[in-house]
Write a protein that binds this ligand. Structure first.
Ligand code: NOJ
Ligand code: NOJ
Ligand code: CA
Ligand code: CA
Length: 755
């Protein structure tokens, strides 16, 4: 995995001062400065589609939410409101109604993740007697699921949402169409794929190779999961040019309708090389937030998952964090120390932990209420943790109303109530609004302040803004919290939850200590300090905080020092965090000033698209692919730096590489390394791979293959290497290979290992 630069805020400020005050640099900056910006997008604005740090997402299974239009309800055997495997009638008109009546706004929700909107098969899947109410059995990605509505209904949903400052995120499942592969069962649709009503192809007699035709995956390896089918779902072959173009055009069609973000289904089951190329084509036109589902049942690091999250340009659903909350506050099988540990571990493993999407339950796992043995207080506590932790929090519809439900499809029952007095609804409302107000919750790093088996006290800090959260999960026992230190400035703080979970005010003394705090049984509190001194140009206070921090600080792991964290101008996030020259990217944070200054990617001055105190849109300058720092320079000259942004060489295409006769010693695998960023710039630690060698219909040992995203039409040089886990490297001999990737579509390269 890549090593990221980690620098302490104060030190980094001094460092950048020295480097960037050099006069030659100033000349360049002056020449390209753009002061003609009129638009003012704030980080909290609905127009900020790239960065969801201040948002709270609400996940809706469209069919199960509200039936706003009975005329679009399916008829026949796929519709049965008493059967959770059939359609129930929920639709976009129903969601639009709930947006209009303020149910989401009141709860502080600023993004809705809805079921995949594309046309699905409208027949029963004979393997499980289920209908496509969930949206995961795509048939025509250029048409709407008629049960959810027409394109006009969809446009109305998006417009209504935007008018209330709510973003729309669509689920999207490009890995497969519908079930086709189950011996002895005839599937009416045969996995057919259509493009706006015209047949592209079916699973049987697939002469064009639109699908992979391996057996069902046994989940034994990454390779097996990618090229084999998931329980018989017709698995698309993304290296097929038609499929590649189809999925690029299809997602763009929906994004052109104003969609603000994408939740990508089953990303573990598609090759990263293809996904990088697909994402890159998305980001060329739309700088939206994209997060994927890489299913993970535990709390431990999965190196392949982490590598994907850190290099593809797509965030992931944070299953590790979800599982930690479920184990600790949910069924109490682990001590609260595990929650702290997972916060620390994930912050170290993910290079962009704030962009990972957090949750406590979803449509593929038991609802939190059921998981905690029907303990509503546990649900409340879990939401307090979720909404004050790093990452973009997601509420699964109905869990704010304490809905129950074990496994699929019982965890997807009809929305039971819209009670605005439910405690959970109110807790979410208070904390979601706090996330928009206090930048510590959006961008701050995490620090543990006090922990035992039942209690966690943790703190988020960004610039000088601080939020501290205390949770005692044990309803029958109180704890004296001795030796509690905080970065909250001296003063008195009320519980932001208004005492709804028995929380109390605290007083912080000049040493940053809180004395005499007792957390009663089940007590939860959130205390907040918002620093507004940096909102003026040139009038910033020097708010350096020199107090000693408490012993349990996560900084012993180096993890709370990733972003500049002192001073008055701070970058909170950059997104999307991978892009090609010319792409629009969004820099969010605090204290940029009202007057436009400069933004540098590496040393290159970027064109400013628009500028506000908390949000700047820039264009990626025309620079070579690589990892760069992003630097904001205020009009007053102050600087802030963000650790990294990954620039790819140019427009991307996916290419399949085969290397024949690569016999390896035990423990070695084949990788590819070359002269461009996409191929690691000859750095063997960034070589692409390990290559695959066990897919019958593609290649088997001693032939190896791998799908890689490359700069379109740009000549590359490369070599294959063999590497073992200890890092020993064997290079191919001979000259470098040369290849010019196709300008569009997908490519294939076949080489022999050079002895
Ligand atoms: C994961 C989804 O969340 C799940 O519900 C679905 O069945 C599979 N992917 C296949 O699309
Ligand atoms: C090292 C490789 O051995 C060689 O083949 C290649 O030409 C260079 N790296 C590129 O700089
Ligand atoms: Ca309906
Ligand atoms: Ca697949």
């Amino acid at each position: 995995m890549k090593k990221r630069r980690i620098i302490i805020g104060g030190l980094l400020l001094m460092l950048t001062m020295n480097v960037y005050n050099s006069s030659s640099f100033e000349v360049k900056a002056a020449k390209e400065i753009n002061t003609n910006t009129t638009k003012k997008i704030e980080d909290t604005s609905v127009e900020n589609k790239a960065d969801f740090s201040t948002d709270v997402i609400y996940q809706i299974v469209t069919d199960r939410f509200v039936d706003g239009d009975k005329s679009n309800n399916p008829t026949g055997d796929i519709f049965d409101k008493s059967n959770n495997r059939k359609y129930h009638g929920g639709d976009w008109a129903g969601i639009t109604q709930k947006i209009e009546d303020g149910y989401f706004t009141n709860m502080g929700i600023s993004a809705l993740w809805i079921s995949s909107p594309v046309e699905n098969i409208m027949t029963i899947d004979p393997s499980n007697q289920s209908a496509s109410y969930h949206g995961y059995w795509g048939k025509d990605f250029f048409r709407t699921n008629q049960a959810f509505g027409t394109f006009n209904d969809f446009k109305k949903l998006v417009q209504t949402a935007h008018s209330k400052n709510i973003k729309i995120v669509i689920d999207f499942a490009p890995n497969h169409t519908s079930t086709a592969e189950l011996k002895g069962v005839t599937f009416p649709e045969d996995g057919a794929l259509y493009r706006d009503g015209k047949l592209v192809g079916k699973f049987s007699n697939d002469k064009e190779g639109l699908f992979n035709h391996e057996s069902w995956t046994d989940y034994s390896s990454l390779e097996n999961g990618i090229y084999h089918s998931m329980y018989g779902l017709a698995d698309l072959n993304h290296m097929n040019q038609k499929v590649d173009t189809y999925m690029k055009d299809a997602i763009n069609k929906w994004l052109d309708l104003g969609v603000d973000g994408i939740r990508v289904d089953a990303v573990k089951h598609m090759q990263q090389g293809w996904q990088t190329n697909w994402l890159s084509s998305i980001y060329e036109k739309h700088n939206v937030f994209v997060f994927g589902e890489w299913f993970n049942g535990g709390t431990q690091n999965d190196a392949e998952m982490t590598n994907f999250a850190n290099s593809s340009g797509m965030s992931l659903l944070d299953f590790r964090y979800a599982n930690a909350i479920r184990n600790t506050i949910g069924n109490k099988s682990s001590s609260m120390k595990q929650l702290y540990q997972v916060m620390a571990d994930t912050e170290a493993d993910y290079s962009e932990v704030k962009d990972q999407v957090t949750f406590i339950d979803n449509h593929d796992m038991s609802r939190f209420m059921s998981y905690s043995k029907n303990n509503a207080e546990a649900v409340n506590q879990a939401y307090v943790a979720l909404l004050t932790s790093r990452g973009v929090p997601t509420i699964y519809y109905g869990s704010e109303q304490y809905m129950k439900g074990e496994s699929d499809p019982d965890n997807r029952a009809d929305m039971n109530s819209f009670n605005r007095n439910s405690k959970a609804y109110q807790i979410i409302g208070k904390l979601a609004k706090l996330r928009k107000k206090n930048s510590a919750l959006a961008y701050g790093n995490s620090k543990e302040r006090w922990v035992n088996d039942d209690v966690i006290v943790f703190e988020r800090k960004f610039g000088n803004s601080v939020v501290m959260t205390a949770i005692n999960r044990n309803e029958n026992r109180s704890y004296d919290i001795n030796g509690l230190f905080t970065d909250l400035p001296k003063g008195k703080y009320n519980d932001e939850l208004g005492g709804i979970l028995k929380g109390k005010p605290i007083e912080v003394n000049e040493k940053g200590e809180v004395k005499g705090l007792t957390l009663g049984g089940g007590e939860c509190s959130v205390w907040s300090y918002e620093d507004n001194t940096s909102n003026n140009d040139g009038l910033d206070s020097k708010g350096t905080d020199n107090r000693a921090s408490s012993k349990n600080s996560l900084s012993s792991n180096g993890i709370d020092n990733k972003v500049s964290n002192n001073g008055t101008v701070n970058i909170g996030n950059v997104g999307p965090y991978v892009g090609i020259p010319g792409n629009k990217i969004t820099v969010v944070g605090k204290g940029f000033g009202k007057k436009s200054g400069n933004v540098y990617v590496g040393k290159e001055n970027a064109k400013i698209v628009d500028w506000s105190d908390s949000c700047i849109n820039i264009q990626v300058p025309n620079i070579e692919g690589g990892e760069y720092e992003v630097i904001v320079k205020k009009s007053t000259g102050e600087l802030a730096k963000y650790k990294s942004f990954r620039v790819l060489s140019s427009k991307q295409v996916a290419t399949r590489f085969f290397v024949n006769n690569a016999q390896t010693q035990y423990g070695y695998s084949v990788y590819l390394v070359g002269n461009v960023e996409e191929l690691g710039k000859w750095n063997v630690n960034k070589a692409v791979g390990p290559f695959f060698n066990s897919t019958g219909s593609i290649a088997t040992y001693p032939t190896w293959f791998y799908d890689i995203s490359l700069p379109a039409g740009k000549k590359i040089e490369y070599k294959y290497i063999m590497k073992d886990s200890a890092g020993n490297v064997i290079w191919e001999s001979g000259m470098n290979h040369e290849y010019t990737p196709v300008k569009q579509g997908t490519g294939v390269v076949v080489n022999d290992w050079q002895r």
